[in-house]
Unconditional design. Structure first.
Length: 239
């Protein structure tokens, strides 16, 4: 008799590569990557983007929040993947830089995703506060089969949150995101770089904040580290 997989095994499977999905960068995402080079902007590397796409498809979320949309490089990967599904997730892309909001809006229109993807042009911390207030006021409706909670400020409760905001806001955004996760919600982010010799005090403090976060949550949160070629992807899920 085959033994059932453990929760640890299931979590490892969720975070693994999906060999059935295309290894090619979607055409629109590739064009955005070229645009990033011309604008001298940075984005996640190819392997990180692909693994996040693989995990997102395997997790099959009904609701997604992407924090730090930029000009839509990762968004294009996810929109391309989910636009081929028969049922679309509710997808909120958060980008506090108003100059990129119009670019992201046009991107969702290119994928005919306007009905299921929306752009939030505010700080994630501000949006998270609104979401928390909404979750509290709609708690009865969310737990009822007969009542429907209406007009949420974002795609909440959230099955998948992806945070790509840089080191300065990363820990604060992760802490703000945890209360928004659904029962089996998953949070993905990239581990910050270990400060090199001669790093500033600020850089050292930011990394210490990351280490403190990992220490403080590990009793209640399952944490998975996925070493990739250039980065380490980190996944968080309630135990």
């Amino acid at each position: 008799m085959d033994t059932l997989p453990t929760e640890r095994d299931a979590f490892a499977w969720l975070l693994s590569e999906d060999s059935d999905l295309s290894v090619e960068e979607p055409k629109i995402a590739a064009a955005i990557n070229e645009q990033l080079s011309h604008m001298e902007l940075k984005s996640l590397d190819f392997e990180s983007l692909r693994r996040i796409r693989d995990i997102a498809i395997r997790h099959n979320p009904k609701t997604i929040i992407e924090v730090g949309g930029g000009i839509g490089h990762l968004s294009a990967w996810l929109l391309d993947a989910f636009s081929s599904k028969s049922k679309f997730p509710k997808y909120t892309i958060v980008e506090s830089g108003n100059k990129f909001a119009a670019i992201l809006l046009r991107l969702t229109q290119r994928f005919d995703a306007s009905e299921w993807a929306n752009i939030s042009a505010m700080s994630f911390q501000e949006l998270a506060a609104e979401c928390n207030a909404w979750l509290i006021s709609n708690k009865t409706s969310l737990n009822s089969d007969s009542k429907e909670a209406i007009n949420p400020p974002a795609a909440i409760p959230t099955d998948l949150i992806i945070i790509d905001v840089g080191d300065e806001e990363q820990v604060e955004c992760i802490q703000s995101a945890f209360p928004l996760l659904s029962k089996n919600g998953l949070l993905l982010t990239i581990e910050p770089n270990v400060p090199f010799e001669g790093a500033s005090e600020k850089e050292a403090d930011l990394f210490q904040s990351w280490m403190d976060l990992i220490r403080d949550i590990q009793e209640n949160i399952r944490i998975g580290f996925v070493p990739l070629e250039k980065t380490t992807l980190v996944a968080f899920m309630s135990k």
